[in-house]
Design a protein around this ligand. Structure first.
Ligand code: FAD
Ligand code: S2G
Ligand code: ZN
Length: 476
């Protein structure tokens, strides 16, 4: 059965036979899972919005094993769905039908770390939080931080070109990932696992795989440039009366905090209501229409404290902010960050959530939320806005007690047309996956999409890697 209504017909991939299972068990003894109970969680996405019917979960430990699996599946025309932490939000990480699930969970070793350059090389299945802990012990940090850090794998982060809470300071994975090792559809191992910061010899192929969502190859190892761990971190949680004042606060803090600014995130009062209602998290300041989380990361607590003090004083006197609190101590920093990081979790208690992760001109970000509220009226249970202001990335989430086709029809394509109307992107950081594959044309010209199709056909001629995902149906 196709999982969501929009799923395309099952393509003519082979079905797994006992001979196939015998082969997998030879390559992966004890790591070829066919028990339906064990397969259950791997067949359902994090949002519990789609369910595949895969009957085989493979858990390789090495690149060589992945190569053998792909070479065999390619020759047998068996479809593969690569899975990391299964925290993806566009249904890319779970099968649509009976695709074989290839999990990176057991490919979780650090391969090398150079404490002079800060370059880490590790297998794709390393959990982001474990890498952060490994690095912090060595006076470094990961260049990305996501609310899903406890589960997501670095391979999945690279495959989705994840953005997250630190992109404002450390940039995108297209800048911090130096190399990847990828197994191609026919089993060939592409070793682009360089640890060089500069290498201008030919096309930089790694960029093809960053953000490819499992459709061009299986990322088996990554090398990433990691920043030094900041000696001094401050987090402030501020309240603003209007989005205009929030933007003025953003402008001011970029000017006055400059190089020590490491995050500027926002959430609206509706998010705060959900945090209070569903997670019993209380507001640490007075009720405001908008909240901002600002983080500074520097090397001198006195210097940073002084800059932060001057910024806050200026923001108060200019009446950009109505209220605020400052945290320098670890536990309070974590508490303030959880107000932003746990909005996703709070939303899961609403019933069904329609998620839109869009890039917009920064000054238009909140206009979309207010327009959507007006457009939907009382048809939605909640309409909330939060996200990465510095990246121009809004997370617009619309909830209802249950899946509601009429509500979806009111939201889509309205939300995509609105985004395209200001030359935004219909997927800022989560990717297209299954859910948004056919909306790619709202953000990419057709000749670019056609070229993507050519690249996909060249690298995966049988289309066995994550079929039905990322590219529109007419290119599958
Ligand atoms: P999965 O969900 O397992 O897979 C995601 C996609 O990548 C799938 O298409 C899969 O096939 C492919 N894939 C996975 N591993 C590989 C591999 N080794 N080789 C090739 N393809 C592979 N995302 C953001 O960008 N920013 C955020 O701030 C953010 N916050 C989040 C907060 C929460 C609470 C949750 C639940 C999710 C959040 N996400 C965020 C979304 C998600 O965590 C990211 O997309 C993450 O990068 C997915 O990693 P994963 O290992 O879970 O990948
Ligand atoms: C975030 C998480 C996903 C969502 O919190 O930054 O990327 O839309 C999001 O809740
Ligand atoms: Zn995000």
């Amino acid at each position: 059965e196709p999982s969501p209504a929009a799923a395309p017909e099952r393509r003519s991939f082979s079905r797994v036979t006992p001979e196939d299972l015998a082969f997998f068990r030879k390559v992966l003894p004890g790591r070829t899972i066919t028990d339906p109970d064990l397969l259950e969680s791997s067949n359902v996405d994090w949002l519990r919005s789609v369910r595949g019917s895969s009957e085989v979960l493979l858990r390789p430990q090495t690149t060589e094993e992945v190569s053998q699996i792909l070479s065999y599946c390619n020759s047998r025309n068996l479809a593969i769905n690569t899975q990391g932490g299964n925290t993806g939000l566009v249904s890319g990480s779970v099968p649509v039908y009976d695709e074989i699930i290839l999990s990176t969970a057991l490919m979780n070793n650090v391969l090398s770390f150079d404490s002079i350059s800060g370059i880490l090389t590790c297998q794709a299945g390393c959990v982001l939080e474990n890498l952060s802990l490994y690095l912090e012990d060595r006076d470094y940090i990961m260049p990305l931080d996501l609310g899903s850090k406890g589960s997501c794998h670095i391979g999945g982060n690279v495959a989705t070109n994840a953005g997250g809470l630190r992109l404002l300071r450390y940039g995108s994975l297209h800048g911090t990932v130096l190399g990847v090792e990828v197994v191609l559809a026919d089993g060939r191992v592409l070793d682009c696992l360089t640890t060089l910061r500069k290498d201008n010899t030919g096309y930089d192929l790694k960029h093809l795989f960053i953000g490819s969502e499992g459709t061009l190859g299986v990322i088996t190892a990554v090398s990433v440039l990691c920043p030094r761990k900041p000696k001094s971190v401050n987090v402030v949680f501020l309240g603003c009366e209007t989005f205009e004042q929030l933007l003025q606060t953003f402008q001011l803090c970029r000017g006055m905090l400059g190089e020590i600014l490491s995050a500027f995130e926002f959430l609206d009062s509706e998010c705060m209501r959900l945090l209070n209602t569903h997670l019993k998290i209380s507001n640490p300041i007075s009720d405001c229409p908008f909240y901002v989380v600002i983080e500074t990361s520097g090397s001198d607590a006195t210097h940073d404290g002084e800059k932060l003090h001057n910024f806050l004083e200026e923001a108060m006197t200019s009446s950009f902010i109505a209220d605020g609190t400052v945290a320098t101590e670890d536990s309070k920093i974590k508490a303030l960050w959880s107000l932003r990081e746990r909005v996703t979790e709070a939303l899961t208690h609403e019933g069904y959530t329609y998620k839109y992760d869009v890039s917009l001109p920064v000054d238009r970000i909140y206009q979309m939320v207010t327009d959507m509220r007006e457009h939907l009226g009382d048809r939605a249970k909640s309409v909330v806005g939060y996200g990465h202001v510095g990246d121009g990335n809004l997370h617009l989430n619309i909830t209802s007690p249950a899946k509601d086709a009429a509500l979806l029809a009111a939201i889509e394509p309205f939300v995509y047309e609105w985004t395209a109307g200001c030359q935004g992107s219909i997927s800022a950081e989560h990717g297209l996956g299954l859910k948004k594959r056919n909306y790619i044309y709202y953000s990419k010209p057709s000749q670019a999409v056609a070229l993507m199709g050519n690249i996909k056909a060249m690298l995966d001629p049988k289309g066995i890697l994550n079929p039905y995902k990322t590219l529109p149906d007419n290119l599958q």
